[in-house]
Design a protein around this ligand. Structure first.
Ligand SMILES: O=C(O)c1cc(C(=O)O)c2c(n1)C(=O)C(=O)c1cc(C(=O)O)[nH]c1-2
Length: 258
């Protein structure tokens, strides 16, 4: 077996023996989500439970902007990995979902409504100057992963989206309930994702189930998903360390006292 890249832990051989067909692959992927998705991270418990102050919510939205604006770059790289037109055509709408189109709002603009609503200057947000070093490293690693690994693994790494809609539902309800500085307009990004993400996740799941033809390929798919859960987890670890434990790195956003 090749040494895993990016420090991810390889799925164990014991598990590989349970990756004999597409249904076992799907079960393994869902198990990874159930145990490693970032809905389980303590920072999300605080965010959704109303336990953060406005400055901490600002820090989360500011850092997450870097993920948002990198996703269409990631998807453009994914498209570049496929020589078959059908997959490129299928993947293309993801760019529009995030970038929008001439005269049509996309996810990045919707995210800026959130940061505007939270009182952050949009030029500062878009500059990405105040993000944590770990946010940049983690998100860039995702873009590099889809560039460097196989096209199958590139698609598999998007599969965290299988688990995103439940988290978004929880986030919309929790943040509206608990924070007086949050309203439905500034949460419109997440509302839109409730219809976009299931469609995208279903395509990716069907794709990997059909194209991962050997136990080794199914194992690679699982490892791609583990890698991605680590990308998401590491971002929240960094936010927690900086803005809950109070160790803000030099140059990173410092909330006003509130
Ligand atoms: O708020 C979240 O927890 C969350 C998670 C994920 C994810 O699981 O990767 C995505 C998103 N949001 C999201 O909004 C989004 O557009 C998105 C695209 C992708 C991807 O990997 O292509 N993941 C996610």
């Amino acid at each position: 077996m090749n040494a895993p890249l990016y420090g991810m832990s390889a799925f164990s051989l014991a598990t590989t023996t349970r990756l004999q067909d597409a249904d076992q692959l799907e079960a393994a992927l869902r198990q990874i989500g159930a145990t490693r998705y970032h809905n389980l991270h303590p920072f999300h418990r605080l965010l959704h439970g109303g336990k953060l102050n406005k400055g901490q919510v600002q820090a989360w939205a500011l850092n997450r902007y870097y993920y948002q604006c990198s996703i269409p770059i990631k998807d453009a790289v994914v498209i570049s990995r496929f020589s078959d037109r059908a997959t490129r055509v299928e993947w293309r709408h993801r760019l529009e979902d995030h970038d929008g189109d001439l005269g049509a709002e996309g996810g990045i603009e919707r995210w800026l409504k959130l940061t505007d609503g939270l009182g952050l200057d949009s030029a500062y947000v878009e500059s990405t100057q105040g993000i944590l070093p770990a946010t940049r490293f983690a998100v860039d690693a995702y873009v590099h992963f889809v560039r460097d690994k196989s096209p199958l693994e590139a698609i598999a790494s998007s599969l965290t989206e299988l688990f995103a809609p439940n988290l978004h539902e929880e986030r919309i309800a929790g943040m509206l309930e608990h924070y007086d500085f949050v309203n439905p307009q500034i949460m419109s990004y997440f509302k839109r994702r409730l219809t976009q993400a299931p469609r995208d996740a279903q395509f990716a799941l069907t794709y990997v189930k059909r194209h991962a033809g050997t136990p080794a390929e199914r194992e690679a798919v699982c490892n791609a998903l583990i890698f991605k859960t680590n990308v998401l987890w590491a971002q929240l670890d960094a936010l927690h360390h900086a803005y809950v434990d109070g160790h803000i790195p030099p140059g990173a956003f410092v909330p006003e006292a509130n």
